[in-house]
Design a protein around this ligand. Structure first.
Ligand SMILES: [Zn+2]
Length: 332
């Protein structure tokens, strides 16, 4: 599932390529035909990401709300302006490792998690488009502009030079400014939206009065925004916190530590495009971790494998319908 870092990356891509331009909107699949008609011909004026949701504003107070859910993704074609914060001095795209060093030769994940032009659910988990279709259909060749529609495109936003295709979202709807405010008001703090210190107080206060297990609270978007299954497991391991402890029994300093760690991991995720959750990797380890998910997590997706710290087998269990991975010894 795309977690908060993906949605912030998508919003930044919209800011660079779509905001400030008039868009032609359509719903090739038909399921958002009326909404697309409302948007068509308007200029995009602003974009916001909060947690797992993106809000794109158009002329005359019309907002588009998109929640990618488990399988949603945006694919960009045509002119796709690279993020200047990860472009290296020689103009090529770079990546910044954990020590802040720019790597000129970016490491891309085979599953497409840190793709520059396709952001959302990892390609292998998407239901609507096969990878071969994506790579052949969305090459962005100037000869066939606009790009041919591939798969079930819920919404296509097209400027003179850039095409953004949305597939497989859980929510894609128009909202008034009041509705946007109401949606955002229900969401817990997001470190990239809210004041970080105030967010820490808010998160800590809510967690510390809940009888609900901390492993469930971290996935509750009204408690904290943007954390999904991967970050949940990794944050808990990094805190050496048992996922079953009720929120109100987790010590204050541990709750605050989890918030601060989320602030840090989210910014690394937005910058690298990866849910990089391991620290202090050597350059070789860092490259391996960027290329393969299984090399960049402490416990996520490691059921039955030895804990990287203590050697105990990592366990997996169902928690609110999602797989929860943890080390029964480190997180006793
Ligand atoms: Zn362990």
């Amino acid at each position: 599932m795309p977690e908060g870092h993906s949605v912030h990356r998508i919003a930044r891509q919209f800011d660079r390529n779509i905001v400030g331009r008039v868009v032609a909107a359509s719903s090739p699949q038909g399921r958002f035909a009326e909404g697309a008609e409302m948007i068509d011909g308007r200029a995009a004026t602003a974009v916001r990401a909060v947690g797992k949701q993106m809000f794109l504003e158009f002329d005359d107070d019309l907002w588009l709300r998109v929640h990618l859910g488990m399988y949603g993704a945006w694919d960009f074609a045509g002119e796709v302006v690279a993020d200047p914060t990860i472009a290296s001095a020689n103009g090529r795209m770079g990546q910044t490792n954990q020590r802040g060093t720019v790597i000129d030769d970016p490491v891309m994940d085979a599953a497409g998690e840190n793709s520059l032009t396709s952001i959302g659910a990892p390609r292998r988990t998407r239901v609507h488009v096969r990878m071969s279709e994506q790579t052949t259909g969305l090459a962005g060749d100037e000869a066939d502009w606009p790009p041919p529609v591939v798969g079930q495109v819920r919404l296509r936003l097209l400027t003179d030079v850039t095409c953004a295709d949305l597939r497989g979202p859980t929510a894609c709807a128009l909202q008034t400014p009041d509705e946007v405010s109401a949606t955002i008001a229900k969401l817990g703090p997001d470190p990239l939206v809210d004041d970080v210190a105030r967010g820490e107080e808010e998160f800590t206060a809510v967690v510390r009065r809940k009888p609900t297990a901390i492993g469930l609270l971290l996935m509750d978007q009204s408690v904290v925004s943007g954390i999904g299954n991967v970050y949940r497991a990794e944050l808990l391991f990094r805190a050496r916190q048992n996922p079953h402890t009720p929120g109100r029994e987790v010590p204050d300093d541990v709750v605050r530590g989890i918030w601060r760690d989320w602030v840090r991991l989210l910014s690394i995720g937005v910058e690298s495009g990866q849910m990089m959750t391991m620290d202090d990797l050597s350059p070789a380890q860092w490259r391996a971790a960027m290329a393969r998910r299984d090399d960049r997590h402490w416990v996520y997706h490691r059921a039955g494998l030895p804990c990287r710290v203590c050697g105990t087998s990592i366990v997996v269990e169902e928690a609110a319908g999602r797989k929860l991975y943890w080390c029964p010894k480190c997180q006793a």
